[in-house]
Every structure is written in C-alpha cells, then in structure tokens.
Design a protein around this ligand. Structure first.
Ligand code: NAD
Length: 363
C-alpha cells in the first residue's frame, strides 16, 4: 500500500483541482480539507473523493470558485447560500460567520444550503472550538438517498451527519461527529476499493436480509466508477429507532428548514448532491464563568476515563480523541492509501492533464 507524506499529498491534490479548473486558493482549500480527513483517520472523507469531485466539476454539478451568498442576516442569525460551489468553501464561510456572531453576541444560528459536499463535519466544529465556541451541527444531503429508516428497507434518508464540538480550556476539545447511518457511505466506498470491510449488518437488502457487501450499494463492483444509486440495498441507520429518529431531524432541520431540500430523488435527475447544515454556536461564558466550566468538565472527563477497560489493553476514549491520535501518527508516518485509491488519483491526474513532475513519489 503506498504511503504519502501529508504535505506532498496535499500539494498533489491541490494541483489536480487547479488543473481541473479551480483557483489556487480553492484547490488548496479543498485539498487541505480532504487530506485533513485522511490525517484524522476518516479515509472515507479523504482523497478517495477526488475522482468523484473532479467528475462533478466536469459535469457542472459543482462549480469552481463560487462565493457563498449571505442571503439574510441579523446579529445572531444568518442564511447562507453555497450556490452549488465547493462545500469546503461554503462551510468555511458559514463557520466563520457563526463563530464571529457567537463571539460578539453569545449565541448564533446559521443555516447553510446548496453547498457542495462539506466533507468531515468535525473539521468545522474543530474550527469553532479553536475560537473557544461550542457548536452543534445538523447536516443533510439533498439528492442522496442511501439509508432505510428504522422499520423499512427502502432508501428514504441521506447519511445525514450530526456533530457537536465543545472546547475545554486547558484540555483538548470534545468533538462528536458521525453519520446517522450505521457506517458512512464513504466507508463502504473505501471497502469497495480494497480498504477495511464494513460490518456485516451495515446494509439491508430488499428482502430484509442484512449484509456488509458493498455491492448492495454500488451494484457491479467491476466498474471503475462507483454509483451509490446502482445497488438494490440500503444503508441502515445507527442505533435502531433512535439513530433513525436523529436522521429524520437532520433532514427536517438541515434539509427542510434551510431550504437545501431533503433526501429524495436527485435534482431533476442531474445527479447533483448538496449539503445543508443548520448550526448553533454558543460562547460558553454566557452560561457560566469559563474557568468554573472548564474545571467541572476536566473533572468529569477524568472520571469518565477512569472506568475499567472492557478488554485487556483497552481504554475509554473521549469523542475526538481517536482522530487526534491518528493525526499524530499520520503526520509523522504519512498517509497510507489502498492501491486502488492511489491508482484512481493517478488516473484522475492523467485525465485533467497534470504533468508528471507534479506527481509525488510514495515514501
Ligand atoms: P465514526 O463511526 O467513525 O464515529 C466518529 C465519532 O465517534 C467521532 O466523534 C469519534 O471521535 C468517535 N469515536 C470513534 N471511536 C471512538 C471510541 N473508541 N471511543 C470514543 N469515541 C469514539 O464516524 P462515521 O459515522 O463513519 O462518520 C465519518 C465521517 O463522515 C464524519 O466525519 C462525518 O461528518 C462524515 N460524513 C459526512 C457527510 C457529508 O455529507 N458531508 C455525510 C456522512 C458522514
């Protein structure tokens, strides 16, 4: 399996996006975001997405260098239209607006609609936490039908992620960030390209049987492109009726309320997907003295960690910790890419006409 230095991988991916039509600024932003997902251990939201993003650009489903539009605004609210540009650009802007408003007024709600794929939502919560702001994010994916609601076999929901970030003064932030499907679609994508397998109950077939076979989502796996609409099965929501209920709320708040649109058939059959996100931002000191909060939080975290492990050598981790640990390892040792992912990056570089000397050598 090739392993790439994170900086070299970032530069390579940025030059693919530049060659595909993005400005240097946007290419670098999208590349940094994808590689940061790999660094965090979420390969499903990392560079495995490059061929798909480039195909979207080519087909006009995502538009390069779009400036998000602030449609409506008060001191504590904002409605932002991503205008079908890259989600990394739209989400960066939305978090900046929400964080600034919360820092100024204590609390803010920001609705984002029509953003391209915003990637790993935890990145945006980390951004707010770095400014000392708590954030809660409900996200949905219009045009993406992947998940069966609890009790059903038919796709009616997107993988609708949910995320909360809490900064703790004098400690690491708590970042809880997950898809409401039992596994993220990207994890099935990675598995279908030779990465780690997904659990054998993560998908459901039309007859109600459970499976971990990626063909349930993508159909024939011998084709190069992965079309998540081609399979007959559906992803399952996590946590039975509870996870399915949270996914319904993500569709309602991030899809119906923001105007992004809920999960359902794709935009006029064109194949475009857009992320909607309803986010709440809170400055902790409007509730209590920040030092008192931090002390109580640190005490609780230590108490939580002090639980006996459920297996020899095991330990209780806090949300956000696995990502931080993985980042430390991969920044040092490089980002491993399954052969098929590396080959698909090389094929995409070739397709956009990238010159050979921009292609990095694996370690
Ligand atoms: P996951 O199942 O790996 O869960 C991740 C969360 O659980 C993190 O908060 C992590 O810190 C925590 N965690 C993991 N292992 C832990 C442990 N042992 N102890 C304590 N906490 C632990 O995540 P997922 O559902 O596969 O989602 C992966 C990514 O996909 C997320 O970043 C999500 O935002 C992203 N996603 C994005 C979209 C989109 O449309 N943009 C859609 C779906 C998912």
């Amino acid at each position: 399996m090739p392993t790439l230095d994170a900086t070299a991988l970032r530069d390579f991916v940025a030059s693919i996006f530049n060659a595909a039509g993005c400005s240097e600024e946007e290419g670098s932003r999208v590349a940094a975001s994808l590689v940061s997902a790999n660094l965090a251990g979420h390969d499903s939201h990392g560079v495995v997405r490059v061929p798909r993003y480039v195909a979207w650009l080519r087909d006009g489903l995502v538009v390069a260098d779009v400036t998000p539009r602030l449609e409506r605004e008060t001191a504590i609210t904002a409605v932002i239209d991503g205008r079908f540009g890259f989600g990394q650009t739209a989400a960066s802007f939305a978090v900046e607006v929400g964080t600034k408003k919360a820092l100024a007024s204590g609390l803010a709600a920001v609705a984002l609609k029509h953003a391209g794929h915003i990637g790993r939502v935890g990145e945006w919560a980390e951004r707010a936490a770095a400014e000392g702001v708590i954030s809660i994010h409900f996200v949905n994916v219009q045009g993406s039908l992947l998940v069966a609601p609890f009790g059903g076999v038919d796709r009616r929901l997107s993988t609708a992620p949910f995320c909360i970030g809490v900064p703790i003064e004098g400690g690491e932030p708590i970042i809880l960030d997950f898809a409401t499907s039992l596994v993220a679609e990207g994890k099935v994508l990675v598995a279908s390209r030779g990465g780690p397998p997904v659990p054998d109950d993560s998908m459901i077939l039309p007859d109600g049987r459970l499976t971990g076979d990626p063909a349930a989502l993508y159909g024939d796996l011998s084709r190069r492109e992965r079309n998540p609409e081609a399979g007959e099965g559906a992803l399952r929501a996590f946590g039975l009726h509870k996870g399915s209920g949270l996914a319904v709320l993500c569709e309602l708040l991030a899809g119906a309320l923001t105007g992004n649109g809920t999960a359902g058939p794709r935009d006029g059959g064109r194949g475009r997907i857009t992320n909607g996100m309803l986010s709440f931002y809170l400055r902790p000191d409007v509730i209590d003295d920040p030092e008192a909060f931090a002390q109580r939080a640190r005490r609780f975290i230590a108490f939580c960690r002090s639980s006996r492990a459920d297996r020899p050598g095991g330990a209780v981790l806090l949300p956000g910790e696995p990502e931080r640990r993985q980042r430390a390892v991969r920044e040092r040792e490089g980002v491993p890419l399954p052969d098929e992912v590396w080959r698909s990056l090389l094929a995409t570089a070739d397709e956009v006409g990238l010159v050979a000397d921009r292609i990095p050598k694996p370690r």
